[in-house]
Design a protein around this ligand. Structure first.
Ligand code: CAA
Length: 257
């Protein structure tokens, strides 16, 4: 039984993890990390789930890692526990993750959103890496993923000043996939996840793997990796079905295999 999250199925083949610590603006404590990563790993193994939504409340996606939980820790504590390493489990989820962000996405909240594959933001969303104002630095991937997402100039600005940017600036910077009106966020996030989940699941998983490889390899290695994955899709039923449906001018009926 989860305490910090709610898990539901808002549409066919779509699962949703909703952060639910309203008293702390969804601050990510250790329990939340365990519950989010465990739920996501379980959903990842479910063949009936083709996309996973990660969302928060209207006021906060997540206002960061839990400062009150971290405040008394020593170097020895956080080093021995390898604090935040548990979040790597979310990066191992192969099912596409769609973040629906309204309100504060600060520190670990911004970093959690960036661990997702598609980031849909409400016009109320506010992003930032304020760790520097606490005398620390990002620890859930902010210095790496933000830099890859928006480039050095902008990432340095946010990480060194700790300033918060609004949704429009985040979209201009390339942090956000789509910007929508706040009251449309849940519908748009679910619809996007549904669209992804309606595609061949093996193709979606391979596409995610290929895009992510762009951050890990040289161009020539990445191109070779992509080409081999493309070749691999020809071993699936869904490639035969998708191409047959195109030539027969009918919708494809994917088996996700
Ligand atoms: N950790 C723990 N509790 C938090 C929290 C956090 N990151 N963010 C908010 N809360 C708690 C507040 O302490 C408050 O609880 P109490 O009423 O018990 O004091 C409650 O949530 C509501 O927050 P506020 O009263 O502060 O709400 P506000 O609307 O006035 O301000 C805010 C909103 C600007 C987001 C403000 O809460 C804030 O600045 N939060 C901290 C943001 C932050 O520094 N995040 C980075 C954390 S470090 C990190 O994430 C490290 C990393 O790399 C992973």
């Amino acid at each position: 039984m989860s305490v910090t999250i709610l898990v539901d199925r808002p549409a066919e083949r779509v699962a949703r993890i909703t952060l639910n610590r309203p008293e702390a603006l969804n601050a990510l404590n250790l329990q939340a990390m365990r519950e989010i990563t465990t739920a996501a790993a379980g959903l990842d193994r479910d063949p009936d789930v083709g996309a996973i939504v990660v969302t928060g409340s209207a006021k906060a996606f997540a206002a960061g890692a839990d400062v009150k939980e971290m405040a008394p820790r020593s170097f020895g504590d956080v080093f021995a526990a390898d604090w935040f390493a548990g979040w790597d489990a979310l990066s191992r989820v192969r099912t596409p993750l769609v973040a629906g962000v309204a309100g504060y996405a600060l520190g670990g909240g911004c970093e959690l959103a960036m661990m997702c594959d598609v980031l849909i933001a409400a016009d109320t969303a506010k992003f930032g890496q304020p760790e520097i104002t606490l005398g620390v630095i990002p620890g859930m991937g902010g210095s790496q993923r933000l830099t890859r997402a928006i480039g050095k100039a902008k990432a340095m600005d946010l990480i060194l000043t700790g300033r918060t940017i609004d949704a429009a600036e985040a979209e201009r910077a390339g942090l956000v996939s789509r910007l929508v009106a706040a009251d449309a966020l849940l519908a748009e996030t679910t619809a996007t996840a549904s669209k992804i989940a309606s595609m061949s699941k093996p193709a979606a998983m391979l596409a995610k793997e290929a895009v992510n490889r762009a951050f890990e390899s040289s161009l020539s290695e990445g191109l070779l990796f992509e080409r081999r994955l493309f070749h691999a899709t020809f071993a699936t039923h869904d490639q035969k079905e998708g191409m047959a449906a195109f030539t027969e001018k009918r919708p494809a009926e994917f088996r996700h295999a």
